[in-house]
Ligand binder design. Structure first.
Ligand code: ZN
Ligand code: ZN
Length: 498
């Protein structure tokens, strides 16, 4: 984490006793539920801290890489040939992860006795989230001293919901080292630097804003002429912005050669509701399922020591991908085939026939992406008996028209796994007169031929700048993924030929 990023520890956010009170403004703590100090509460705290500290996809991948390092997962460099040492480690069984450009990450746990016919149990999620990215040239002419920043919406990330939010600047800075090679440095801003101001209703202007001309973020006000800078990027970004990026990255401005930055919402994630039933947070779609899947895999991996992993014949994976919100067609999106490439590598190392189809014909791939909680103000928008409620658990998504990939066998498998683990499984289906959103599920199914089950933790306000979910559902997600990794293979053996 860059030192310049100020964050409040989640313990502090939730430490209601420590909040200052005075007679005029008493702070009323939420009713302490019996589960206040339960594992699910501390899991929720961890999630809040994670999401505040890691606003961009780059940060999320770096965070998970460190978490996996700390939990004994061995890094596999995609650009290097497999060394004899790594080959021996994978053959013996162990915990590994690989990543691509800090935008997609794939950890896995493999047993020493794994063969292609054991398949893979995978949880795939997307880690990109709606945002506003800097244009190649963010430079805009001043308007009566107002300094503006040229940005573009990533998916729906520049709509009316982004008005009047306190926005920070974050992402990756490409720097040139002294030896002529390049490196990526991640940055966040220590305070909000931008805002897209709405126009007060008094002006009587149509409330539908033009995203090119009426939603340009304001980043400063200065009536003095800008102090010029001698820099190759000076014709594309303002001198002030380049100096600011230099200060938050702690890199001399001359070493900065390119920017991949975005504006993110800086408001902290919090627990909400009278009894702390909810999480109110940015970027739940889909850092929520991603985080739960990673922790589910780590908890599953912790069930094994080196001896029991050597004797184990399973393969469990999490695939976190970028670009889902824009159609996945990038090398770090699910269409970049990182999963297929990694399976190929494992087949070679394990001296299995180099045929992915055998692996995938014996696999279950979960496509996990948040789904829609029932909104009590719009209950009629939902299909009766086909919507989830908060703090009730994972939801399977079904759609007869193929926007998601779940079908009857996968449904039954998850019903069994959840009931074996005292977990609940809810179901979602859209109304016939509404349209369904897509997931990575159909692509995973067509790219592999594997059985794919679309699931998701339910949230309200999807694609808004802040969303909400049940606070118990963070732990419910971790428990679900752990139970899946533990039980899918044995259960799926009962469905041979189906
Ligand atoms: Zn989405
Ligand atoms: Zn999503």
């Amino acid at each position: 984490m860059p030192e310049t990023y100020a964050f409040i520890d989640a313990e502090d956010i939730l430490s209601w006793d420590e909040l200052s009170t005075d007679d005029e403004h008493p702070v009323i703590a939420p009713v302490q539920s019996s589960s206040q100090n339960s594992p699910s509460t501390s899991t929720c705290h961890k999630y809040l801290e994670f999401t505040d500290m890691n606003p961009t996809t780059f940060h999320v991948v770096r965070h998970f890489a460190k978490l996996l390092d700390d939990n004994g997962f061995v890094f596999i460099d995609e650009q290097e040939p497999i060394t004899p040492e790594l080959e021996a480690q994978i053959n013996a069984g162990g915990k590994f992860y690989t990543l691509r450009s800090d935008l997609t990450i794939l950890p896995f746990v493999i047993g020493g006795k794994w063969t292609a016919t054991q398949g893979v149990g995978l949880a795939g999620c997307h880690i990109d989230a709606l945002t506003a990215k800097l244009k190649p040239s963010s430079l805009k002419p001043k308007v009566d001293g107002y300094e503006l920043l040229g940005v573009t919406g990533y998916s729906g990330g520049l709509d009316h919901l982004r008005l009047d939010r306190d926005l920070g600047l974050g992402g990756a800075v490409l720097i040139r080292r002294k030896d002529g090679t390049y490196a990526r440095k991640l940055v966040t801003s220590p305070w909000p630097i931008a805002r897209v101001p709405s126009l007060a209703e008094h002006f009587g202007v149509d409330a539908k804003y033009n995203p090119e001309t009426e939603m340009v973020p304001v980043i400063g006000f200065d009536t003095e002429p800008e102090v010029p800078i001698d820099h190759p990027l000076a014709d594309r970004h303002s001198a002030k912005l380049l100096r600011y990026v230099s200060s938050i990255s702690d890199v001399p401005v001359d070493d900065i050669v390119e920017l991949e930055l975005e504006l993110y919402d800086t408001q902290k994630a919090v627990i909400g509701g009278l009894k702390g039933e909810f999480v109110f947070a940015p970027r739940l779609d889909d850092r929520l399922c991603s985080w739960a899947a990673i922790y589910g895999l780590i908890e599953y991996a912790n069930l094994y020591d080196s001896d029991s992993l050597a004797a184990h014949d399973g393969l469990s994976m999490v695939l976190l991908v970028d670009s889902e919100e824009i159609g996945s067609g990038t090398r770090t999106g699910v269409k970049g085939k990182f999963l297929n490439a990694t399976i190929d590598k494992i087949l070679v190392i394990k001296k299995q026939p180099p045929v992915q189809s055998v692996v995938f014909a014996n696999s279950i791939l979960l496509s996990a992406d948040v789904t829609h909680l029932m909104n009590p103000n719009f209950k009629s928008a939902y299909l009766d008996k086909h919507y989830p409620l908060p703090n009730t658990g994972m939801t399977i998504k079904i759609d007869a028209n193929g926007h998601v990939a779940s079908e009857y066998v996968g449904y039954n498998l998850l019903k069994t796994l959840t009931s074996q683990n005292q977990l609940k499984l809810q179901q979602f289906h859209i109304r016939n007169d509404a349209s369904s959103g897509g997931t990575i599920g159909p692509y995973l199914a067509t790219a592999t031929g594997a059985r794919v089950i679309d699931i998701g933790l339910p949230i309200l306000s999807m694609h808004s700048v802040r969303a909400m979910c049940g606070s118990e559902d963070v732990q419910n997600g971790v428990d679900f993924f752990k139970a899946f990794f533990e039980g899918w293979r044995q259960e799926y053996n009962k469905y041979r030929g189906l």
